[in-house]
Design a protein around this ligand. Structure first.
Ligand SMILES: NC(=O)c1ccc[n+]([C@@H]2O[C@H](COP(=O)([O-])OP(=O)(O)OC[C@H]3O[C@@H](n4cnc5c(N)ncnc54)[C@H](OP(=O)(O)O)[C@@H]3O)[C@@H](O)[C@H]2O)c1
Length: 249
């Protein structure tokens, strides 16, 4: 198994990406600590993991709250002894409108939330990782020149995550800590069934790829497990493109 004896913290673990990553990490032998704001969502993921023999702990944590994040990571380390992997996949409250129409508050919301939470959760994990000289911090999203009209501050937030990822990577590399982003052109399965125009959106995601198919949630989990594992030991200060060619590097 790729992640035997590894301890992973996942923020937003009740969401579609977080849940998929949690399932893949436990399948590969990791012990996962699942954090989120809604008890039922994280419990559902934890129950699934436990019923297939995995080990999962849950906690209500607001990943925008400095004190809550620091106390949570302290508690995880107290319980598990160490932390190997930190993956923050919370949603950022983005309001997707044209820039000419969006309010400054709505424009800034995903940018402020993404920067605040990614900074806080990475810092809390890194404080422990530096003591052991190893660790992996993962993010999800991705930058690049491609964008679309009407995204408000969302794509700007994804670009900012990459800037932060580079900064953490150069400051933590000498201490054996890797920092990597997974980037995608969109995961069709993560669209809610009731999403208006769901089928057209999915067709658009697939059409935009070179392979004429999009990454699945299982693909996200599999790649995240590989990158977080010792097989990914050479990878840092980079993003991993799982867009099936929708994003051309
Ligand atoms: N899915 C995609 O195709 C895709 C593509 C590119 C980027 N992304 C980004 O990847 C992230 C995850 O996507 P997703 O599809 O998994 O979203 P999702 O299904 O909406 O899940 C996000 C989770 O984050 C939790 N959350 C939100 N704010 C939080 C906070 N302050 N503290 C702790 N947990 C919090 C939510 O819990 P509550 O509901 O309880 O608040 C929810 O369970 C998002 O930022 C998304 O924008 C996704």
């Amino acid at each position: 198994m790729l992640l035997e004896n590894k301890v992973a913290v996942i923020y937003g673990a009740g969401g579609s990406i977080g849940g998929a990553v949690a399932r893949a990490f436990t399948r590969e032998g990791a012990r996962v600590f699942l954090a989120g704001r809604t008890r039922e969502k994280i419990d559902k993921v934890a129950d699934e993991i436990r019923s297939s023999g995995g080990v999962a702990d849950t906690a209500i944590v607001d990943a925008l709250d400095e004190q809550a994040v620091d106390q949570y990571v302290d508690a995880v380390v107290e319980q598990a002894g160490y932390i190997d992997i930190s993956f923050n996949v919370i949603s950022y409250g983005d309001v997707q409108e044209l820039l000419l129409e969006i309010t400054v508050k709505d424009f800034l919301q995903p940018i402020m939330n993404a920067m605040r939470t990614q900074f806080l959760t990475s810092r809390a994990a890194a404080r422990y990782m530096v003591r052991r000289g190893s660790g992996v911090i993962l993010a999800f999203g991705g930058d690049g020149p491609q964008t679309l009209p009407g995204l408000g501050g969302f794509k700007v937030a994804l670009d900012a995550i990459e800037g932060l990822r580079r900064q953490w990577a150069v400051e933590l590399g000498q201490q054996g800590i890797r920092v990597v982003t997974l980037k995608t052109g969109g995961i069709a399965e993560s669209l809610p069934d009731a999403e208006p125009g769901r089928e057209e959106i999915i067709a658009g995601i697939e059409e935009a790829t070179l392979l004429k198919r999009a990454a699945t949630l299982a693909d996200v989990g599999n790649v995240a497990a590989f990158v977080a594992s010792d097989y990914g030991r050479t990878m840092t200060a980079t993003d991993v493109n799982i867009s099936c060619g929708a994003l051309i590097d």
